[in-house]
Write a protein that binds this ligand. Structure first.
Ligand SMILES: Cc1ncc(COP(=O)(O)O)c(C=O)c1O
Length: 400
């Protein structure tokens, strides 16, 4: 076990060192994911401050939506964060109090929180061992079962930016007549069959949190191929105010969920950098794959067939059987030692989230069998994944 741990640390460190463009102090910590601010970030944000257009109206928030539409090929509505985006998407799909929503158990807790915010409860479904997305067979069985309340929507997540099994999930949802709402919070720039994630169901969402590939500080968006739904979402997320130069008339209970212009300004600057960021992420993932692929005990997570992942977070699946370790105690020891050694070496590394059905707020929610989520929840470790680590270095930088 110790030899594996040391080898993993050394190899991960070599990838990180190769990506550093400047010498760093020996006790510096390489973060799990740091944003990269280049180009116009400062000038666009400064323009907001200087002109006073910092809040829910302004040229950047409209432009950010237009640029997201160009990127994803769908109308996009910018909102305050991905969690609110998912709540509104679910409500728009018809989810309300007393309903159930099918949701993979291996996701960030925001997926389940948004279901609860919409007044519903998740019913947890297992995930696939390699893609990490919702398991189509498990979903089919879940949708066929009588849970005592209707399943009004299916949430499918592209974990770490790797697309779920789009074709089979879409087919299962359409056979059951249940709308698909994509949680593509981690998947900006990820494609399946050359189409952007978020657009395979009725609605999808993106996140621009500080830890994402493109950040607005905090922010999110709802995307949908349906123009009418996009107009409705823009209306309800901007207090449902009827258009008028000065009168305040609102036609329903609305939400104050619009992304502020100052956040969108940062987002516009970030989107200008997106092709470079995606290339850097891919380069970094390839370096990890090269460094770790022949290391017994760790399997590198990779993009699925027909998909193009944004490689938001790099990760390895611990494979204790390859180290001739067995049993729960040995796995937990391997996990603890690996995390400790990576973090002690200044490589900020985190385990994947604990499955949602094991989280206190959702522990009494209905669920099918979840063996893969429970297994992977103990075996996946994420490694430092900032885009800057994958940047091509100029000869001058490498010589320093
Ligand atoms: C899978 C997933 N869903 C939803 C969210 C919520 O996004 P936000 O943090 O912008 O609310 C996140 C991330 O933060 C996420 O990773």
């Amino acid at each position: 076990m110790e030899r594996f741990v040391q080898e993993l640390v050394e190899r991960a460190r070599s990838v990180v060192d190769a990506g550093r463009t400047r010498p760093v102090a020996s006790d510096a910590i390489e973060p799990l994911h740091a944003p990269t601010f280049d180009g116009q970030a400062l000038s666009y944000v400064t323009e907001c401050v200087e002109t006073g257009w910092v809040s829910s109206a302004g040229r950047f928030v409209d432009r950010f939506e237009d640029e997201l539409e160009n990127l994803t090929g769908m109308p996009s509505v910018a909102v305050v964060n991905g969690t609110c985006a998912l709540e509104i998407a679910l409500r728009t799909a018809g989810v309300g109090p007393g309903d159930l929503v099918a949701c993979p158990s291996l996701s960030f807790i925001a997926s389940a929180n948004a279901i609860a915010h919409a007044g519903a409860r998740p019913v947890f479904v297992d995930v696939e061992p390699r893609r990490l997305g919702i398991c189509p067979e498990g979903l089919e069985q879940t949708l066929a079962k009588d849970w005592g309340a209707p399943i009004r929507a299916v949430v499918a997540v592209s974990v770490f930016g790797h697309p779920f099994d789009v074709e089979r999930v879409v087919e299962v949802c359409s056979r059951a007549g249940v709308p698909l709402v994509e949680d593509a919070a981690e998947a900006l720039g990820s494609l399946y069959a050359k189409r952007h994630m978020g657009g395979f169901g009725k609605l999808g969402i993106l996140s621009f949190n500080g830890n994402k590939l493109v950040t607005t500080g905090g922010g999110g968006a709802v995307v949908t191929p349906d123009d009418e739904l996009a107009r409705h979402i823009k209306h309800v997320t901007t207090t449902a105010k009827l258009a008028h130069p000065w009168e305040y008339h609102h036609d329903q209970v609305g939400y104050n969920y619009r992304l502020p212009n100052i956040n969108a300004a940062l987002g516009c600057a970030q989107l200008e950098q997106l092709p470079g960021l995606l290339a850097d992420k891919r380069r970094l993932a390839e370096r990890y794959r090269e460094a770790l692929s022949d290391l017994a005990g760790a399997q590198v997570l990779w993009e699925p067939a027909k998909a193009r992942s944004n490689f938001w977070l790099n990760g390895v699946i611990l494979a204790p059987e390859e180290l001739e370790l067995s049993g729960d105690d040995e796995l937990m020891e391997l996990r603890a030692r690996t995390l400790e050694a990576l973090n002690d070496a200044g490589l900020q590394s985190r385990p994947i989230w604990h499955p949602l059905h094991l989280q206190r707020p959702f522990s009494d929610c209905p669920r099918g069998p979840l063996p893969v989520a429970e297994d992977l929840g103990r075996r996946i470790i994420n490694l430092p994944s900032s885009a800057a680590l994958g940047r091509l270095q100029s000869p001058a930088a490498t010589a320093r």
